[in-house]
Design a protein around this ligand. Structure first.
Ligand SMILES: NC(=O)c1ccc[n+]([C@@H]2O[C@H](COP(=O)([O-])OP(=O)(O)OC[C@H]3O[C@@H](n4cnc5c(N)ncnc54)[C@H](OP(=O)(O)O)[C@@H]3O)[C@@H](O)[C@H]2O)c1
Length: 305
């Protein structure tokens, strides 16, 4: 019997790299997918082969391009002859740089039309369309395998598709709406795929990370240290906020936190069509939980009047 096979898009970095390694540790043959980071992808694939002895097939694909996601899944299936878990993880944040390399952050109401169109094209073509196509093609092969099992009189194995979305699907930040739109749009694709997959023992879910320490959150945040003026990264900003009580688990996430959840969610045969936050409770900690912070700020503003 061959090893089960897991494809993780965007597994040359961050959450994807740790997730693909986690599956290999549990005996999966895997596809390590990269776009710009071929060398990083090679390091991940080499480590998997050396440490876990399972197969790691390295495949490049720019999933923002229309045919690329189909080709990636086709290549996976042609090579291994099976697909058990597909994790759509590739993603970019919005914020394109200006000529000097500074990230542009426009609030929703202020975004110029040409900037909006460029950002939407960049973010949606990967985060939404690339992921949509990847899930669609993976489901196609998974259904085919289930039908073949059924025709042979065998039980259909449990297979799963997981979309790494974000708590930004419902937690808005005014300069990051294109990103949130891409992730909330994807949630609807999860519902469609779950409906079609269920009869074939295929579960489809959305894993919604909170803030995780990866290269994505190493970008500048636009927020500065009041003491020395240096600009915090996104990870530093949310790390400080977590220490200050913005979330009940008082640290931001690690890629391992998400990889563990991705592995667990992919092995729950009776959960499908769900959007589950893995965020240390960040989305719990709103106005009620942080009453003291807002109360103190209200009092401070009143005193200023
Ligand atoms: N980090 C967080 O706080 C956080 C929170 C919520 C959700 N997420 C989501 O988690 C996922 C992974 O993010 P991360 O933090 O691990 O980011 P990351 O370290 O920047 O990794 C992003 C991955 O996506 C790949 N990618 C980028 N453009 C691509 C393209 N055009 N085609 C194919 N792959 C492409 C990258 O490949 P190359 O490097 O090879 O180009 C890389 O492997 C994303 O979907 C992100 O939205 C992250």
């Amino acid at each position: 019997m061959s090893n089960p096979v897991c494809l993780v898009s965007g597994s040359s970095s961050g959450i994807g790299a740790t997730t693909v390694e986690h599956f290999a540790r549990h005996g999966y043959d895997v596809v390590v997918n990269y776009n710009a980071g071929r060398e990083r992808g090679e390091v991940v694939a080499d480590r998997i082969r050396a440490e876990y002895g399972t197969e790691a097939l390295l495949l490049g694909a720019d999933l923002s391009q229309p045919a690329a996601a189909f080709e990636l899944v086709d290549q996976t299936y042609a090579h291994f002859g099976r697909l058990d878990v597909c994790i759509s993880n590739s993603g970019v944040a919005n914020y394109v740089p200006d000529e000097d390399g500074n990230l542009l952050r426009y609030r929703f109401k202020d975004t110029p039309i040409d900037h909006l169109d460029r950002e939407m094209e960049r973010v949606l073509s990967l985060n939404l369309m690339g992921a949509y196509r990847l899930g669609q093609r993976a489901l196609h092969y998974m259904v085919e395998q289930a039908e073949a099992e059924s025709n042979r009189g065998e039980a259909m194995r449990h297979r799963s598709i997981l979309f790494i979305t974000s708590i930004s699907d419902i937690a808005p930040e005014s300069t990051r709406i294109p990103y949130g739109v891409s992730k909330s749009g994807l949630n609807h694709a999860v519902l469609g795929a779950a409906l079609d997959g269920g009869p074939f023992n295929i579960t489809v879910n959305s894993l919604r990370p909170g803030v995780v320490d990866t290269p994505l959150t190493a970008r500048p945040s636009g927020i500065h240290d009041p003491a020395d003026g240096h600009e915090y990264t996104v990870a530093e900003t949310y790390g400080l906020m977590a220490e200050g009580g913005s979330q009940p688990i008082r640290r931001i996430g690690t890629p391992e936190d998400i990889a563990q959840a991705a592995y667990a969610f992919s092995h729950i045969p009776y959960m499908t069509g769900q959007f589950v936050a893995v965020d240390g409770g960040l989305t719990l900690a709103g106005s009620f939980a942080n009453r003291d912070v807002f109360l103190q700020e209200g009092l401070r503003l009143r005193e200023q009047k």
